[in-house]
Design a binder for this molecule. Structure first.
Ligand SMILES: NC(=O)c1ccc[n+]([C@@H]2O[C@H](COP(=O)([O-])OP(=O)(O)OC[C@H]3O[C@@H](n4cnc5c(N)ncnc54)[C@H](OP(=O)(O)O)[C@@H]3O)[C@@H](O)[C@H]2O)c1
Length: 278
């Protein structure tokens, strides 16, 4: 089939899986990535026009997060360009309980394009493909807010929902909330990963201040520290984020993946067994 669907962030946690979902349906989408041809770079607007040329539907993930300064302007410019170029529909990946992300959603919703908003809670894959992996590998996990209840969601479920709504116009104009099927704490997660990966993980409950201090000592870049502090202080603690939604089941006709199911599958890949020397 012709490549009329663009997946921006098509090599990332959800985008890569959306590409696979579409390929399984016999559709070869265009991958939006700095390494693709044509390339797409959020920081180089002149790349956008080539990546969007001839596209009818697009799945948009912003990098690193819709909460960062500049994201709203970029989403505004991209949406405007998409409309100019005749794109018909945009599916935007957004974050649950993030005021900045909701401002980006509004731009898309008011654009006149057909749209579906996929509004996600924190991803399971943060533990295997993102910033929570390193502490797991070191065996020492120190996190604040260890008892906050979070409906962690699986990136495979998000991708299946995104691919479904991209291809089905009955979801136009809707906000689909994608969460896992249960509320779970960091403490419980570390227990599950310890058991499924057969590792002896130590968990330490620390304050947000200690967590930030630790990241600075590790010379993690300031903008990343800012984002993680923002996510913990504004997103994690937002009561809107501590609720389970049934939209995954409604769209896919099956239950959302539990953290235990994700952990069993992920442990088998060996990713959590590559122990780092401290
Ligand atoms: N993680 C969570 O728990 C969570 C929860 C709710 C919402 N979200 C939202 O999810 C979105 C991220 O989606 P994701 O996790 O699927 O993606 P991701 O894995 O964070 O993103 C990686 C993708 O971004 C691309 N990328 C990086 N820098 C880029 C640049 N300068 N220009 C163009 N592309 C660039 C990478 O492509 P190349 O390196 O190949 O160029 C890759 O495809 C964010 O907007 C965030 O707000 C995340």
């Amino acid at each position: 089939m012709k490549t009329e669907i663009l997946v921006i962030g098509g090599t990332g946690k959800t985008g890569r899986r959306v590409v696979e979902q579409l390929q399984n349906k016999g559709i070869e989408p265009r991958v939006g990535s700095r390494n693709a041809s044509p390339s797409f770079d959020w920081d180089q607007k002149d790349t956008w026009i080539h990546a969007l040329a001839g596209i009818e539907q697009m799945y948009v993930t912003y990098y690193p997060d819709l909460a960062v300064p500049g994201a709203k302007k970029s989403i505004e410019s991209l949406t405007y360009l998409a409309k100019e170029l005749g794109v018909k529909k945009m599916v935007l990946l957004s974050g649950k309980g993030e005021a900045e992300a909701e401002a980006c959603e509004k731009i898309v919703m008011d654009s006149g394009l057909d749209y579906t908003i996929v509004r996600a809670s924190w991803f399971n894959q943060n533990w295997s493909e993102s910033f929570f992996l390193d502490p797991i590998l070191s065996g020492e996990v120190a996190l604040p807010m260890s008892d906050v209840l979070i409906p962690f969601v699986d990136a495979n479920d998000i991708a299946e929902v995104a691919a479904t709504v991209l291809l089905n116009d009955s979801y136009n104009g809707k906000i689909i909330e994608v969460t896992g099927p249960e509320l779970i704490t960091f403490k419980e997660i570390i227990n599950i990963i310890s058991k499924t990966s057969n590792r002896n993980l130590n968990f330490y409950d620390i304050t947000l201040e200690q967590y930030i201090e630790g990241m600075k000592k590790m010379q993690i870049p300031n903008d990343v520290v800012w984002l993680i502090e923002y996510l913990f202080s504004h997103v994690l603690t937002n009561p809107k984020n501590q609720q389970v939604a049934t939209d995954i089941e409604d769209v896919l006709g099956r239950k959302a993946t539990t953290f235990l199911e994700y952990a069993k599958k992920t442990a088998k890949t060996g990713i959590w067994s590559q122990v780092k020397i401290k």
